[in-house]
Design a protein around this ligand. Structure first.
Ligand SMILES: Cc1cc2nc3c(=O)[nH]c(=O)nc-3n(C[C@H](O)[C@H](O)[C@H](O)COP(=O)(O)OP(=O)(O)OC[C@H]3O[C@@H](n4cnc5c(N)ncnc54)[C@H](O)[C@@H]3O)c2cc1C
Length: 420
């Protein structure tokens, strides 16, 4: 086969939580499936932005209710097989239920799930163009250090996090809330050198940062951030260094990366000087990339609304479940949560994953068609696995049958262990 011109049944663009699930879901239907990512590993924000907690696998209710199965659950099983599954953990403060992750184990588990799922992986490969005819994406153009590669397929899934494929194909997208506002970006810090018996008392951190600011530390932003002890390494994950940024724009990203790294060193300095137990703390890692929460949203056949989310609305054409509260981040401010009715879950209809104006293009993950409140919930990785899985199965069905029957998609998702 010409390595620079290839053909698949389904091509998935972006190998984060949504893309991994989409690709494995499509391959399990029996489609020849390619998963493309520009990074050197899968996992998207989990591995490339050190977002080392899976949220959204469980609703907040008591007893804990799992709302995401399927390919997402396979990833958890793989982590368990490697001896590195440490969930679910309930945060007594917020009531949220999370799964803390080890960074290297997460990369490795995702490699294994992708390969065992029968997917063809292509890392270090950036999608830069799309060719469209009669409402169908015919092919994409990618680039690596050799040059350009054209990949044709019967169906495509956009899981790029920034809706790159949909935009390149000429599909309708909305930036942020439609008025230029997006959730804040945050540079995640991983801190080592803190003995394992040191407790993370948030109030102590808030006070220390507040005092440092009063005394003239001007480069700090958030006083109330997220703090978590990671499994295995015992490193501290700290999310404080906020940046208002445009995650599509290299000028804005460059500035944000540099000032956020400066913030990270300033926070480290405050922690070392003011938090008992942090005297010998050091930065294990920032990023690698600054965390971008929000850029573009696809305009789909249906837009999931905040009311649907908050009221835990169920839909006839449900293909995924969301169980995470709506979580908002404004630069420098503490996170705000809006809970789902009865601390339960809401349904995500297939229509929100179907890109308006295209027959063979689906979207999943943080770019699904939703309003700002629905986005604040559906963006998390557990939910991204669920929407990705559904989009991959729908794309596979289209690739094989040239039509998509809802009942088939739901039955196939159930056959693959999804919770719908
Ligand atoms: C600071 C921060 C903290 C967060 N905290 C949490 C948390 O604790 N728990 C949680 O579950 N969620 C959290 N989130 C949200 C969550 O990380 C994302 O919403 C989620 O990762 C979305 O998954 P995704 O698969 O849609 O996209 P992503 O994880 O962004 O993956 C998209 C992938 O597409 C690839 N890609 C993009 N464009 C191209 C292209 N043109 N060609 C090839 N590849 C491309 C990227 O390299 C990337 O790997 C947080 C986000 C941030 C930024």
């Amino acid at each position: 086969m010409d390595e620079r011109r290839q053909r698949f049944d389904v091509v998935v663009v972006g190998g984060g939580a949504a893309g991994v699930a989409a690709a494995v879901g499509a391959a399990q239907v029996g489609c020849r499936t390619l998963l493309v990512d520009e990074n050197p590993y899968f996992g998207g924000a989990a591995t490339h932005r050190s977002v080392l907690t899976f949220c959204g696998f469980f609703a907040q209710q008591d007893p804990i209710l799992q709302v995401v199965g399927g390919v997402g659950a396979k990833v958890l099983e793989e982590l368990d097989r490697l001896g590195v599954y440490f969930g679910p953990v309930r945060n007594p403060g917020t009531g949220n239920v999370i799964i803390p992750l080890d960074p290297e184990a997460t990369k490795y588990a995702l490699d294994r799930v992708v390969l065992q799922g029968g997917v063809s992986p292509r890392l270090h490969c950036k999608v830069i163009d799309a060719f469209v005819e009669n409402g169908e994406v015919e092919a994409i153009e990618c680039v690596d250090h050799h040059g350009r590669i054209v990949i044709e397929a019967e169906a495509f899934v956009d899981t790029s996090g920034e809706a790159d494929l949909t935009t390149l194909a000429g599909g309708r997208v909305r930036f942020g809330d439609g008025e230029g506002n997006v959730q804040a970006g945050t540079m995640v810090m991983r801190i080592g050198g803190v003995p394992k018996d040191v407790e993370l008392n948030r109030a102590v951190f808030t006070e220390a940062i507040f005092e440092a600011k009063q005394q003239g530390s001007s480069s700090l932003t958030k006083e109330k951030g997220i703090l978590l002890r990671l499994p295995i390494s015992g490193d501290i994950l700290a999310m404080f260094a906020d940046e208002p940024l445009n995650g599509l724009d290299s000028v804005s990203l460059t500035q944000a990366e540099i000032t956020a790294r400066h913030q990270a060193w300033s926070y480290l300095d405050v922690f070392r000087r003011r938090i008992p137990g942090f005297e010998n703390a050091f930065l294990v890692q920032t990023g690698p990339s600054i965390g971008v929460r929000e850029t573009r949203h696809v305009v789909g056949q249906h837009t999931l609304s905040g009311e649907d989310v908050i009221n835990g609305v169920r839909h006839q054409d449900a293909v995924a479940r969301g169980g995470w509260p709506a979580e908002f981040h404004k630069a420098g401010k503490p996170a705000e949560y809006y809970h789902i009715k009865d601390l339960s879950f809401y349904d995500i209809p297939l229509r929100t994953l179907s890109v308006l104006g295209f027959q063979n293009l689906w979207c999943a993950g943080r770019i699904i068609s939703c309003d700002p409140i629905a986005f604040a919930s559906a963006r998390v990785m557990g939910t991204a696995f669920a929407t990705g899985h559904a989009a991959g199965v729908a794309a596979a069905h289209y690739a094989l049958m040239k039509t998509v029957k809802l009942e088939y998609v739901r039955k196939e998702l159930q056959r693959q262990g999804a919770l719908v």
